[in-house]
Design a protein around this ligand. Structure first.
Ligand code: FCA
Length: 357
């Protein structure tokens, strides 16, 4: 950040000098996108313009859709470790919508970046992202959420995601096992599934959990779906509240979703509806958000999470891209990472062992 800040100052100073010297034309605001020349390479703003990326230096971007979510903070942190190890410059940019993504690619081009890793805010932006990257001759590696083309099929762009279906199934099996352990019956128990079905990796997760629960004998008609409007705690809270209001007689709830945030929002809603922590079994997917909940003095309805691996998604994706840029080694096309169920008792320990704390 400070590096970027001081570069901005230098840029501003040069612009001022240029204005004083009557050279107004080529001085865009730092946030202004670089213009694309006929050849597809970014046009040099002016002869006096500072070169942001030093000659020969590798600059890589890491763009995430939800920078406030601990998962993405962790991806950034591990990507930075990779940058520090190899000595390249990493630009971490929050891109919550399409406009921000396009602006970020322009900014990266102006900084001399050769590529970026991205978790896109909308998978349908895939073709536009690939096209723009191509104009700037940048390489793209997609993480977490896989690009979808105009034909509705996944695009042929290197991708690392979680093994969503398997992870969802693990959550379902763990929910069924804990329900059995507590001696609950399906008579006064229902399941609350906070969904985000427009995203494949999210749908595969909740479908996997649903399949495992029904396989274990849980009645399919007692799994109530709550589509969220945003994949964060408030979004899940709102969606879950509506379902809980519709089913005031249910005494016990199993709760699952695409991530920890989805489950936590629903758990907050169960608390507001007067359910006690012991009457709720929530299992998330993630780790960093869950561990903060497990650290609370008293247990809450969050029973477990399926721990996934931000080190691989942050460090390894960035390393693949770096080696692709530096040595021309193409990265694998499709990498799926695994998850491990951890509880309040084991979460910190396992995260520590894996270097995730
Ligand atoms: C998606 C979700 C994140 C995280 C990631 C692996 O992008 O939105 O919360 O689960 O997949």
């Amino acid at each position: 950040m400070s590096g970027r800040g001081s570069r901005r100052l230098t840029w501003a100073a040069l612009c001022l000098a240029a204005v004083a010297g009557g050279v107004l034309a080529g001085c865009p605001k730092p946030s202004e996108p670089a213009k694309t020349g006929q050849t597809g390479t970014p046009a040099t703003p002016a002869a006096t313009a500072p070169k942001v990326g030093e000659a020969g230096k590798i600059v890589i971007g890491f763009l995430v859709k939800q920078a406030e979510e601990p998962w993405f903070q962790n991806e950034w942190q591990f990507a930075q470790q990779c940058a520090d190890k190899y000595g390249f410059e990493l630009r971490k940019i929050a891109t919550p919508d399409g406009e921000k993504v396009m602006g970020a690619i322009d900014t990266l081009a102006a900084a001399g970046a050769q590529g970026f890793v991205i978790c896109t805010p909308d998978v349908k932006l895939g073709p536009a992202i690939v096209e723009k990257a191509k104009q700037y001759k940048m390489k793209v590696f997609s993480v977490d959420d896989q690009f979808v083309g105009a034909d509705g099929k996944f695009m042929d762009v290197s991708y690392m995601g979680i093994s969503a279906g398997d992870i969802g199934r693990q959550v379902g099996e763990a929910l069924a096992a804990e329900m059995k352990k507590r001696g609950w019956t399906a008579d006064d128990t229902a399941a609350l599934c906070v969904t985000w079905e427009q995203l494949n990796t999210a749908k595969e997760r909740t479908d996997g959990t649903t399949a495992a629960l029904t396989k274990a004998g849980f009645p399919a008609d007692k799994i109530y779906r709550a589509p969220e409007k945003s994949t964060d705690v408030p979004g899940a809270w709102e969606a879950a509240s509506a379902v809980l209001t519709q089913h005031p007689n249910v005494k016990r709830w199993l709760v699952f979703s695409m991530n920890d945030e989805g489950v936590l929002g629903a758990i907050r809603a169960t608390e507001e509806h007067g359910l006690k922590p012991k009457e709720v079994i929530g299992i998330g997917i993630g780790g960093a958000t869950a561990v903060a909940e497990f650290d609370k003095k008293e247990p809450t309805g969050l029973f477990a999470t399926c721990l996934i691996d931000p080190y691989r998604h942050g460090y390894e994706t960035t390393e693949y891209l770096y080696k692709w840029i530096k040595d021309g080694t193409p990265p694998p096309k499709d990498t799926r990472t695994k998850g491990t169920i951890v509880t309040r008792e084991t979460c910190r320990k396992v995260m520590k062992e894996r270097g995730l704390l």
